[in-house]
Design a protein around this ligand. Structure first.
Ligand SMILES: C[S@@+](CC[C@H](N)C(=O)[O-])C[C@H]1O[C@@H](n2cnc3c(N)ncnc32)[C@H](O)[C@@H]1O
Length: 338
């Protein structure tokens, strides 16, 4: 199990919330940040609709693709096809629907899939800037598309059409104020997620928010961003002791595999992964990750391989290239890896 995932009963609650509407669901369901694909596959098998799942971490995408292959072995009903290293598709011949998994950033979701989607799942902890960019992309979803998200995404961009789902007459649709409780691994009783429906226009969405505020306030669901375990919050190294990296040069780029060091103590130099200090009380733990992006000032967004959590703005002096010892320099860029 990954550290933060929807439980199967949480996915059932979500499926009911997607389906509680006058019209039938039409159009694919997108899971952006699908991890090992469990949620996407459960939705695919329950609803028999097209599903597209995207995952940034190659190791987790590989597990998701392997699950499609395994399912295809269980019955002739399913047929699987790989498209290079980065996409796999499962066809359900009986119902003529497809479940496609891609190794990609949610920010690269194809525009036409966004436009066609009947629902979008984003159970993923994102840096604020990525939340903004994700919210911007969601604006191309059509009216009526439902969106469930770990973070509150409404109001982050101009002319936002994310509106609260009208929950009148049913308890399946959350609190009617933009929140829904779903069973999650870190909170089986139900974690508060944001739950939206795309309005026709930003003005319609604004009216819906005003109406929602008026109707119910007891039992309002808190969109809780503190519960999901995040490597970034648990293991924040005291970066203050490290030198300003802006003038240094580092050899990594987006997509590269790296090791990220962490220590409880504020060492000005974390040493190297094979120093023999790993795991010690005062030692340094080196965690496999890959580079998501590098800022102009050399800070790095990383994604950890084991649980897929993203840590923002990691100081580059905490990063090493596996199997490549540093050439430690004595000038200002003392820790730079060249
Ligand atoms: C908390 S896990 C949730 C997995 C799945 N939704 C579940 O409930 O089991 C979030 C996943 O989102 C992925 N992720 C983080 N940022 C992403 C991005 N920008 N694009 C695609 N996936 C991303 C992480 O690698 C991680 O596997």
């Amino acid at each position: 199990m990954c550290l933060g995932e929807l439980l199967p009963e949480g996915v059932e609650q979500l499926v009911l919330a997607f389906c509680a509407r006058k019209e039938q669901l039409s159009g694919p369901i997108l899971e952006l940040g699908m991890g090992t694909g469990k949620v996407a596959l459960q939705i695919f098998l329950m609803l028999r609709v097209d599903v597209l799942g995207l995952e940034l971490a190659p190791s987790r995408y590989a597990l998701a693709a392997a699950a499609l292959h395994k399912l295809a072995q269980t019955s002739e009903r399913f047929q699987v096809q790989d498209r290079g290293d980065e996409a796999s598709e499962l066809l359900d011949r009986q119902h003529n629907v497809r479940c496609e998994f891609r190794c990609a950033s949610l920010l690269d979701t194809p525009e036409d899939m966004m436009q066609k989607a009947s629902a979008v799942v984003m159970e993923v902890c994102l840096p604020l800037e990525v939340q903004r960019q994700a919210s911007k992309r969601l604006q191309s979803c059509r009216r009526g598309c439902r969106v469930v998200s770990y973070s509150a995404l409404h109001g982050l961009v101009e002319d936002c059409r994310l509106a609260p789902v009208d929950a009148s007459g049913t308890d399946r649709l959350g609190d009617g104020r933009g929140g829904i409780c779903l069973a999650a691994s870190w909170k089986p009783m139900g974690h508060g997620f944001a739950f939206y429906e795309m309005a026709g226009t930003a003005a319609d969405a604004a009216v819906a928010w005003v109406e929602a505020e008026k109707t119910r306030c007891e039992g309002a669901i808190q969109i809780d961003v503190t519960g999901c375990p995040s490597r970034a919050r648990r293991l924040r190294y005291t970066d203050e002791v490290l030198a300003d990296p802006v003038l240094s040069q580092y050899p990594w780029k987006a997509g590269d595999r790296i090791l990220v060091g962490y220590s409880w103590l504020p060492f000005p130099d974390l040493g190297d992964p094979d120093d023999g200090s790993a795991g010690g009380l005062d030692g340094v733990t080196w965690m496999p990750a890959f580079v998501v992006s590098v800022f102009d000032d050399n800070f790095v967004n990383v994604c950890y391989e084991d649980d897929g959590t993203v840590e923002e703005r990691v100081h580059p002096d905490r990063i090493r290239v596996p199997g490549k010892p540093r050439k430690v320099r004595t000038d200002q860029a003392a820790n730079a890896v060249t």
